[in-house]
Unconditional design. Structure first.
Length: 321
């Protein structure tokens, strides 16, 4: 049975296919498309979008958009994906796509085994993009639309080379995230999962937080004396001077949903290591007998759901007496 014969077997002219693109990438929106093809239309080469070349997808995309009874393409951005999870974001994109059709379908065929409840009588088809012509058409619309958008993001964020990997978790993409940090179009929740496998990625937000904290202190008139000072017993993120106060600052970068606030995350053992390291620094710089007064601060750098810094709070005399 061909893809077209499969659709004809349902015996309805207003048959809609729905599919998504971009559930797996580290960056960019998830897309979904809904399309109603006219009875009798057969597009040469129509198939699951993953089995087609870019050139072929682009050509068929134009044919579908020109000859379909109607179609609709929708997307859900990374911050919403992080907020409601990728499955629910995919369902939302599918519902938006179906609701955006200018003609209400009689039956909706959805790729996959989970029904997003699109508000119309629907049926889930596992591997539907290789079974149904309507779903295959929707897969092409969603894939091409998303790829085009990722090319736009490539212009806005050239350092991440989105044109090459389309936001997927390739080695190149992971290396670029390590080098440049997390952009507003990255999915925070996806990078948390990656960080469990690659400890280097867990340091990305920390480094960004330290840069922001140092800039914050500089703008307040502090003189930065050292960054990431290390001794055998520990490390201090920032050492700065304000008047006669010698400030040893611990920076804690907090993402939405973090269990502990910045100050609470500095455990008693961590405090002890910082105190010992501060003593070593002062001894090394011949400051033990001077007039400078050591102070131990915590700077909490808060990130929003898009990965952007939303606030920096400095807690003075956070520990150490």
């Amino acid at each position: 049975m061909t893809l077209y014969e499969y659709d004809q077997s349902f015996g309805t002219e207003l048959l809609c296919g729905v599919d998504e693109a971009g559930r797996g990438p580290f960056a960019g929106p998830v897309y979904a498309a809904a399309v109603i093809l006219p009875p009798g239309l057969e597009i040469e080469g129509l198939n699951d979008s993953k089995k087609l070349t870019n050139k072929k997808r682009e050509k068929i995309f134009e044919q579908i958009t020109q000859q379909a009874v109607c179609y609709s393409i929708a997307s859900v951005p990374p911050d919403v994906i992080d907020s409601i999870n990728i499955l629910q974001a995919t369902f939302l994109a599918m519902r938006k796509a179906v609701s955006g059709l200018s003609v209400r379908p009689k039956l909706v065929l959805i790729d996959g085994d989970k029904n997003p409840d699109v508000g119309v009588h629907s049926k889930c088809i596992v591997k539907g993009d290789a079974t149904s012509a309507s779903i295959a058409a929707a897969s092409i619309l969603a894939k091409v639309a998303r790829d085009r958008y990722m090319l736009e993001l490539d212009q806005l964020y050239p350092e991440y080379q989105f044109a090459k990997h389309k936001g997927y978790g390739t080695k190149l993409h992971s290396d670029l995230i390590l080098k440049y940090g997390i952009s507003p179009v990255h999915r925070q929740s996806f990078l948390k999962k990656l960080a469990a496998k690659n400890p280097c990625l867990a340091e990305i937000n920390g480094r960004r937080g330290e840069e922001a904290a140092a800039q914050c202190l500089h703008e307040k008139g502090y003189t930065i004396l050292a960054r990431n000072y290390r001794a055998f017993c520990g490390e201090i993120d920032i050492i700065a001077l304000q008047g006669n106060a010698l400030v040893f600052a611990e920076v804690k970068t907090r993402s939405p949903g973090s269990l502990y606030a910045g100050k609470e995350a500095v455990t008693s053992k961590k405090q002890e290591r910082i105190l010992k390291t501060a003593y070593i620094y002062m001894k090394e710089k011949n400051l033990l007998s001077g007039t400078l007064q050591p102070r131990f601060d915590v700077l909490e750098v808060r990130l929003d759901n898009t990965g952007q810094i939303s606030a920096i709070e400095q807690i003075e005399n956070a520990f150490g007496g």
